[in-house]
Design a protein around this ligand. Structure first.
Ligand code: C2E
Ligand code: MG
Ligand code: MG
Ligand code: MG
Length: 280
């Protein structure tokens, strides 16, 4: 009996494994078809100056218009895209779309100071990254690359540091995303001299309830001030939350309290409504 139960368990195991393989194969096929059929698109979330409450910039976030599942966020496909080795392709596509939107908004008089895109470690290692950026004719200080701390774990990667130096020469800001969740050391931070740190929402959200968490975020803001690095708080969900973050030294705020990620058209309407309010 034990033996048959064992076999059942084994059969159950292989069945789940098999369906998992089938599922992943489908996701992989879907992603490739999605790239082929322009199903990937970009949403935009505003970022605000903590003191003036003016729009300081906008973050571009990839979305997938899946034919049957609807609009998908990156948690549904980014790791599969990584396995498939197409994250660089997505990053390139997002940057292109984002720059087109950014130019259109600014020509229409929207005056968004900066656009930030998320750039994977893979994209950062691309040989052709720098050349393709040179062709884009980017105005210094208007484009920012958000990089995860994990990119800096491998200090010995010469190609990454070479690319980072070229990015700076091109006037592209470097920003550390999800700061506080990875392992970047203060030393590597100082070496990189990023323009901004984005404190992850896992750190910013508990400050409402915990004084110690508040002190922690305050210390990060202090480090930023000492090093001349702007500190952005992510995941700001209420105005009360925003006020505390400003008080403890975060200079930029981003989160649902101000606006969710939205389509390019919705973002344009959003900004127009904002400037109308600011002017009145
Ligand atoms: P991230 O860059 O840290 O982006 C912030 C995430 O938090 C976004 O999720 C955003 O929608 C969400 N968020 C913003 N405000 C709030 C808030 O007030 N509360 C809560 N609970 N969440 C908030 P999203 O769009 O699902 O993106 C997830 C992650 O996927 C991003 O984290 C980024 O690491 C990655 N990602 C997004 N777009 C791209 C891309 O084009 N390329 C690459 N390589 N990665 C991307
Ligand atoms: Mg980001
Ligand atoms: Mg982040
Ligand atoms: Mg994140």
């Amino acid at each position: 009996r034990a033996k048959s139960r064992g076999r059942n368990r084994f059969e159950f195991f292989t069945e789940t494994l098999q369906s998992e393989i089938v599922r992943r194969k489908k996701v992989a096929d879907d992603i490739l078809a999605g790239l082929e059929n322009d199903q990937f698109t970009v949403f935009y979330q505003p970022q605000f100056d903590a003191n003036t409450l003016e729009i300081a910039g906008v973050e571009a976030l990839v979305r997938w218009n899946h034919p049957t599942e609807g609009l998908l966020t990156p948690d549904a496909f980014l790791s599969s895209a990584e396995e498939l080795n197409v994250v660089s392709t997505l990053d390139r596509l997002v940057l292109e779309q984002a720059l087109v939107s950014f130019e259109r908004w600014n020509r229409a008089g929207l005056m968004i100071p900066r656009i930030s895109v998320n750039v994977s470690g893979r994209r950062l290692r691309d040989e052709e990254l720098v050349d393709s950026l040179r062709r884009l004719d980017i105005r210094p200080g208007t484009v920012s690359f958000e990089l995860l701390e994990s990119i800096f774990l491998d200090d010995t990667d010469d190609h990454v540091s070479w690319n980072l130096d070229r990015l700076k020469e091109l006037g592209i800001d470097i920003e550390i995303d999800d700061f506080g969740t990875g392992y970047a050391s203060i030393v590597s931070l100082m070496k990189l001299q990023p323009r901004r740190l984005k404190i992850d929402r896992q750190l910013t959200q508990p400050i409402v309830k915990s004084a110690r968490q508040r002190q922690l975020v305050e210390s990060i803001a202090e480090i930023g001030k000492t090093l001349g690095i702007e500190v952005v708080a992510e995941g700001v969900e209420t105005m009360a939350h925003a006020r505390i973050l400003r008080k403890i030294g975060c200079t930029k705020l981003q989160g649902y309290a101000f606006g969710r990620p939205m389509s390019a058209a919705a973002f344009e309407d959003y900004v127009r409504a904002q400037s109308w309010r600011a002017a009145s």
